[in-house]
Design a protein around this ligand. Sequence first.
Ligand SMILES: Cc1ncc(COP(=O)(O)O)c(C=O)c1O
Length: 392
Amino acid sequence: MKYNFDEIVDRRHTHSVKWNPSFIKAMFGDKELLPLWVADMDFKCPQPIIDAAIETAKSGIYGYSERTEPYYNAVINWYKKRQNWTIEKDSILFSPGVVPALYYAIQTFCRPGDKVVIQNPVYYPFLSAIVDNGCHPVYNQLQLKEGKYVMDFEDLENKVKDPKVKLLLLCSPHNPVGRVWTEEELKKLGNICIENNVLIVSDEIHSDLIYKGYKHVPFASISDSFAQNSIMCTAPSKTFNIAGLQVSNIIVPNKIIRQELASTLEKTTNKFPNIFGLVACTAAYEKGEEWLEQLLDYLEDNLNFIDKFLKEKMPEVKLIRPEATYLAWLDFNAVESDEKKLENIIQKKAKVALDEGYIFGKGGEGFERINFACPRSILKEALERIERAIHN
Ligand SMILES: Cc1ncc(COP(=O)(O)O)c(C=O)c1O
């Protein structure tokens, strides 16, 4: 089946956080902004997911639901096939989302006052999960070298020596800088953490959205010692545009760590997953691959479109080309490095809603994150608005 990613689906006046005018007004102060911010896609999800949801809807009974054999098999087979990662059924915990899982991990393995490492600029709920649980962030800031972000291992090694550091939240691939960490980078990071008794929570929610020429390596697949020292956060939500169905799979190979995390999950969250999330996840991993391949081609073309547009019409704005994710990190420092003035240009003059770079922490100032998982016509309109705002 050929999917049409150029189709405009009107999401205004639905429950969409991204598009609903009242939500945009509350977030940005102006309901007219063209939204390319929060990370969901403006594409309909694969037909098998729609069919599975309709089938379930038609049953007319939406009682308490549990994960069954087809669900587990779909998850296990997907990761084996796509990422060559072997997952044991017993190691798969359920969470209604990856962000909640980050909170549960911190609640389980840290006490208030403990420290957690993050690699900023990074997806902002990483910081919230730390401070909301009474812990302190330790910043191992990413370094931008010749247009590419790299980890600062020396800094990491120094910082994790502090016995108060209990966890590291890894974003792999990284949002917003778009890096697909190589096996070598992950090995260095993992070894430093293991030597210093720091548990790694690897958020791999974007790991299916990898561009040609790059390969995602699941952290836990590297070695048994890495598997035993990790909590792997995965989900079909970004890949298949089903974030509203609240389903994620938290894979914890280490039995003791798993039991402790499972105990927090049981106390904190709903034990029985949403039925629509379960059937969608199963259908996605069983039958969504063809759609995903077409999606990746479309996204890569969108990325090329941004690249060409910037080079031709806004050369002062630099694209940090993502190796994964549908989020591009744009360097506006040559236009305006003052974060509030830049925000003003994007929101008030261009009338576009992006994620401001500074919300991702230090290192994000002067940058904007654009979500390019939308029909090309919308992307074009957004870039043209920004170009006019900068040049007029
Ligand atoms: C790195 C990362 N983790 C987690 C999430 C959200 O996960 P969930 O909706 O499952 O809580 C996002 C959404 O953008 C993300 O980029």
